[in-house]
Ligand binder design. Structure first.
Ligand SMILES: [Zn+2]
Length: 309
């Protein structure tokens, strides 16, 4: 398995770590646990995504908001702290996220060039969009990546692209970003009883799997299997938002999967992609429980042992 990790992914805020349930250091923990495995290759982007590239994606108003701590605090869902400057947030939180975006672009380029699966431990900011940032997502890495791949000619406007979003939350940012782009197919499995509830982005999902709060793993996986069966044809590239906030220990996701069931879910995703030989980049997405890192470690170990070809 090819796993994308940079030490720069990690978000360390000291005491401020307790302001948000997201474990900003989990990327390093996953790496430490898997780094000696000879069946896993770790690779890293050389630098964070440049703000000029982010700006190409954003609306003119968002180019200002993304540089203003008031709006950043709001998007991170933490109360504004008077003594914390934009520069601090930029260095401690936004720069790690730009490394995450770089990981997505790096993985997508590798997948297009060489085929197979590239697993970015970071990224998957599926609530961010051109016009807005919210839900702990500042930069829509899939949208930015798609735009850059078009620009470089690595994909063409009429290439079919697939997004499989198995994070517990609906990916409103991707729905909005690709609202008018019918060459992008979105499969989204989500808890229908939680944020974000915006109907118009839910309606954009091509293969929707809305689940009631508290859905168990068995139901989740059987509904997901039905959805995967609807994927057909040729796709140039797939993005997978593999959030671990579907774990029963996750207080934000509101679903009830075990660690083994999340690993099974990733197996089902990768087997479906392999069936049609679709190159893919897997993205970390959300995951706010103490078991998030453990779950990703288990999923990567499990999927590495599979024969996909
Ligand atoms: Zn989520």
């Amino acid at each position: 398995m090819n796993v994308i990790y940079s030490k720069h992914f990690n978000i360390s805020l000291g005491l401020l770590n307790y302001l948000h349930p997201f474990d900003g250091l989990k990327f390093g923990r996953i790496y430490e646990s898997l780094k000696n495995r000879d069946d896993i290759t770790f690779i890293a982007p050389a630098e964070p995504v440049d703000m000029a590239i982010v700006d190409e994606f954003l609306s003119s108003m968002m180019r200002k908001k993304v540089r203003d701590e008031v709006f950043i605090f709001r998007a991170l869902e933490v109360p504004k702290i008077p003594f914390v400057s934009f520069d601090f947030l930029d260095r401690k939180i936004l720069n790690p996220m730009r490394w995450g975006v770089a990981g997505t672009i790096f993985g997508a380029k590798k997948a297009l060039e060489l085929g197979g699966v590239y697993w970015n431990l970071s990224g998957g900011y599926h609530h961010a969009m051109q016009q807005n940032m919210e839900g702990f997502c500042i930069y829509n890495d899939i949208g930015i990546c798609y735009q850059q791949l078009l620009k470089s000619g690595e994909i063409q406007p009429d290439d079919k692209i697939l997004i499989i979003d198995t994070d517990a939350h609906h990916g409103n940012g991707n729905g909005y970003t690709f609202m008018e782009n019918q060459n992008v197919t979105i499969l989204d499995v989500y808890n229908a009883g939680i944020y974000p509830t915006s109907g118009y982005t839910r309606e954009r999902v091509d293969i929707p799997v809305p689940l009631p709060p508290g859905t168990d793993g068995e139901t989740y996986l059987s509904r997901f299997a039905e959805a995967l069966d609807k994927i057909e044809g040729t796709y140039r590239l797939a993005f997978v938002v593999a959030g671990t906030d579907t774990l029963m220990t996750d207080k934000l996701g509101g679903l009830c999967l075990t660690i083994d069931e999340v690993a099974k879910r990733e197996e089902m995703t990768l087997k479906s992609l392999a069936k049609y030989a679709i190159p893919a980049v897997v993205l970390g997405g959300g995951g706010y429980s103490k078991d998030s890192a453990k779950s990703v470690i288990q999923a990567i170990s499990h999927c590495t042992a599979l024969t996909l070809a």
